[in-house]
Design a protein around this ligand. Structure first.
Ligand code: ATP
Ligand code: MG
Length: 180
């Protein structure tokens, strides 16, 4: 089985800004540079033939390149903790691209995604007992803002989970059309 997801990889200067926003707070488990991404569609575990059909469907997507900027931070809460993330703006082009990817996945034979799309770049995971520290960090980083960057491709990743954390392998890069 192959654990797949589709994402945008921010360019190096944006990743540097995100890494600069991290601190050495032991309350947060920060993600590594190579793990920074914005998930457009989590596909999950699929067999090789479906993986091939997904890759082919994604390769047929035509979508114009667009600009995105990092803005602000927020957090998701799950039962025992959650994720601290950086937001992006504007939302419209990234949501349209995600919708197009969703249609391609469904055409290829993937079950439709029922959950709403919340574009974000996960910066850290946190545990419920450290919630106060996470809220404090969220306040300190409220004015996080990057220059706009060009999104001119998206990536199909295979995720390899291990005790040492996830490793994301690039399976395919799909270029976006020239902006404007
Ligand atoms: P770990 O699971 O070890 O914490 P991870 O969540 O980064 O690592 P994956 O679970 O393979 O690795 O997820 C890959 C990407 O897909 C991540 O951005 C993750 O947030 C996202 N993702 C995972 N599961 C879902 C899901 N059920 N719905 C939406 N996005 C998901
Ligand atoms: Mg996960």
């Amino acid at each position: 089985m192959h654990r797949l997801f589709v994402a945008i990889r921010p360019p190096e200067d944006i990743r540097d800004l995100l890494i600069d926003a991290m601190d050495d707070s032991p309350a947060l488990r920060w993600v590594g540079d190579e793990q920074l991404h914005l998930t457009l569609r989590f596909i999950g575990e699929v067999e090789r033939p479906l993986a091939n059909d997904i890759a082919a469907a994604l390769a047929r997507i035509r979508f114009a390149a667009f600009e995105l900027a990092v803005r602000g931070v927020g957090r998701f809460e799950q039962r025992n903790g959650g994720a601290l993330w950086a937001g992006v703006e504007p939302r419209a082009p990234v949501a349209e691209l995600a919708a197009k990817i969703e249609r391609a996945c469904v055409v290829a034979g993937v079950e439709p995604e029922r959950r709403a799309f919340h574009p974000h770049i996960t910066l850290a995971r946190w545990n419920r007992r450290n919630a106060d520290a996470v809220i404090a960090l969220e306040r300190r980083r409220a004015d996080l803002l990057s220059q706009p960057f060009l999104v001119d491709e998206f990536v199909l990743f295979e995720s390899h989970l291990s005790r040492h954390g996830p490793h994301y392998e690039e399976v395919a890069r799909i270029p976006l059309g020239r902006a404007g």
